[in-house]
Ligand binder design. Structure first.
Ligand code: EPZ
Length: 456
């Protein structure tokens, strides 16, 4: 693991109950996709509730490299930065492969530019992709879909060159698995393809539905049917959009688990109940409590530890409306404080429990299994992937030296360090900036005793 620079290290003195208020803005897994959708429009688009996170900065750089102008709205009366982006794709042009490579960073978003760039320029380039280390993260579903629309995919040493010799045509696509990214790939391509596209076994996460809302505002014809079928009637031209992104249900759940694990009480302003129903049921079953306030002013959800002994659970992650895999890691940390044996069956990613090794170094008792320990057998059963866990609790956590492997594990390590007695040193903090706006300031506001290492 590469050692981090001094400014990438956070020292956490654990033991304090976190209490107070934090704000979440637009969903990290929607905002970059809505920004890419702006490429499809012949007009300016305005996106509200945009968080200041590195995934947004990466997509901004990618769009600007293709000639799209991306500007922030005017600052507020007291100089507070705007959470509005104005995107103008009037002069879309080809970017050099080097520029795409330079801006792609560790994000997987570049693959979603394919459809819009094929429609606008007839060409797209995908560098070898980054993204979290939580499994193989292939893009075969994406490439098969693009080929089905009539695109040509060529493997080059530095990445993939994709071209559309003529206008892409609507088609029938059935995803082998309800992949969020592949569903977005089909949506962003089908809306301007000629004719009708029928997508089966599609993902239907709240961020997908919000992206469809954006596309509908632009003039697209998209209908979501039962049994995961989405039908798109291609149109010849799309306009811009004005949209307020749905709040980040994944960041909200991270703060909820921080309240539970530290015995605290956190109000998350901007959070809404609709996208979080499955998580809220689990939160209550473990021994947390919550209060939704959506009757006056800004919506919010307050999360607190209800005071009793936390209860162990058997959980299985799944595609929406099941328990999101992105909720699994913070919940695992909370379950180390629950009485009894908890079981986790991670069915979306084959290697998303590796982060538990560091929790065991902090005093947790978590055992991993290659069997499908949960309701149903999944794709990873008997394939040598340690994708089930048994957590024995409660265990007293103590501070440790931690290196962040991926975004959600990173924030989950912070939760563990905050719940632990003693001091932890967390390396690789920049990974958390990908999806958690101003988290250091939020932690301090909640009473956490944290120190950013000052760069040498
Ligand atoms: C999105 O990733 C999210 N990222 C992930 O959130 C989230 O965990 C995931 O959806 C599932 O909900 C963004 O939206 C930027 P998938 P994505 O395609 O689209 C397999 C976070 O922490 N697959 O739904 O990459 C894949 O290997 C991140 O915010 C293929 O086999 O996820 C995985 O097993 C982490 N071939 C499963 O599908 C493909 O071509 C689900 O992946 C594509 C996917």
């Amino acid at each position: 693991m590469a050692l981090s620079t001094a400014s990438d290290v956070l020292t956490v003195h654990g033991g304090a109950a976190l209490s107070g208020e934090v704000r979440v803005r637009g969903a990290k897994n929607l905002v970059p996709k809505a920004m890419v959708a702006a490429l499809l429009g012949h007009g300016t688009s305005v996106l509200h509730n945009v968080p200041s996170i590195s995934d947004v900065r990466i997509v901004t750089g990618l769009l600007e490299a293709h000639g799209v102008s991306v500007t922030r709205g005017a600052a507020g009366p007291n100089g507070e930065p705007s959470d509005t982006l104005i995107l103008d794709p009037v002069s879309v042009e080809r970017a050099s492969d080097a520029a795409v490579e330079a801006h792609a960073g560790t994000s997987r978003i570049p693959v979603l530019l394919c459809g819009p760039l094929l429609h606008r320029l007839g060409r797209a380039f995908i560098p070898d992709l980054g993204g979290c280390k939580i499994g193989d993260r292939p893009i075969d579903f994406h490439l098969d879909a693009l080929r089905a629309f009539g695109a040509v995919v060529e493997k080059r040493p530095e990445g993939l060159l994709i071209s559309a010799p003529e206008r892409l045509r609507g088609t029938q696509i059935r995803l082998p698995y309800p992949s969020v990214g592949a569903t977005e790939q089909v949506l962003l391509t089908a809306v301007l393809a000629e004719g009708v596209t029928e997508l089966s076994n599609a993902a239907t996460e709240p961020e997908i539905v919000d992206l469809i809302a954006v596309l509908q505002k632009m003039g697209a014809m998209v209908s979501v049917h039962n049994d995961r079928v989405i039908r798109i009637i291609g149109v010849d031209r799309l306009g811009g959009f004005t949209h307020r992104a749905i709040p980040d249900r994944l960041e909200t759940a991270s703060w909820a688990c921080a309240a539970l694990a530290t015995g605290g009480d956190i109000r998350v302003v901007g959070a809404t109940q609709g996208e979080m129903m499955t998580f809220l049921n689990v939160f209550r079953r473990i021994g947390g409590d919550f209060e939704v306030d959506d009757t006056r002013g800004e919506p919010s959800i307050r999360f607190w530890h209800s005071g009793g002994q936390m209860r162990a659970l058997a959980l299985e992650t799944d595609v929406h409306p099941g328990l999101s895999t992105d909720w699994q890691q913070p919940l695992v940390v909370a379950l180390t404080q629950a009485q009894g044996l908890s079981i986790i069956h991670e069915t979306v990613y084959e290697q998303r429990l590796g982060f538990t090794e560091a929790l065991n170094r902090m005093g947790a008792q978590i055992q991993l299994y290659r069997e499908c320990l949960g309701g149903s057998a999944c794709r990873f059963g008997q394939r040598n992937f340690m994708h089930s866990a048994v957590i024995s609790g409660p265990t007293k956590l103590h501070g440790a030296e931690l290196t962040i492997p991926d975004l959600r594990a990173g924030f989950s390590y912070l939760i563990a360090a905050l719940a632990a007695q003693g001091t932890s040193t967390v390396h690789g903090i920049s990974l958390i900036h990908r999806g958690y706006e101003d988290f250091e300031a939020k932690l301090s506001a909640l009473g956490a005793d944290v120190e950013m290492e000052i760069p040498a």
